[in-house]
Design a protein around this ligand. Sequence first.
Ligand code: PNS
Length: 164
Amino acid sequence: MERIAVYPGTFDPVTHGHLDLVRRGLEIFDAIIVAVAVSAKKKPLFDIEDRVRFIRESVKELDRIRVESFDGLLVDFVRARKAGSILKGLRAVSDYEHELQMAAMNRRLDHSIETVFLMAGEEFSFLSSSLVKEVFQLGGTAGGLVSPVVEEGLRKKFFPKVKV
Ligand code: PNS
């Protein structure tokens, strides 16, 4: 049987930390569906189409990956895609409490779906979408932290008048 994992998140925007997790997840699972949450309550900087496009562009060289958006309960999406697992990344201890809550709730909602955690790669353990946005907005570089397509998206958002 094919082992399919859903890797959910807001991905506002996707970083090299997320992409590292996808690559490593592919060593464990036959296929991964990156599930981009609409997350309207979080008021993301990038709309859902951009967030999906950035990931599709960033993983276009990888096989066995699909990128989709979803709204509503994660476990419903996982069931609808006939996936057995939720894939999540853990960085520092600070991630743990919230991730534990979400994993416990998802397990309560559907006992047949397991959440599998991978530790973030050491070089990405400090990296978050929020920090990337903050640094970029303040004129710092996002090179090496996000894909070129995301850098371009950040530039257009924060510095629309600058022509490259
Ligand atoms: O990247 P994020 O913002 O930490 O991702 C959070 C996300 C999208 C995985 C989480 O908010 C989620 O699963 N949302 C879907 C709604 C849901 O199922 N909630 C109840 C279970 S925790």
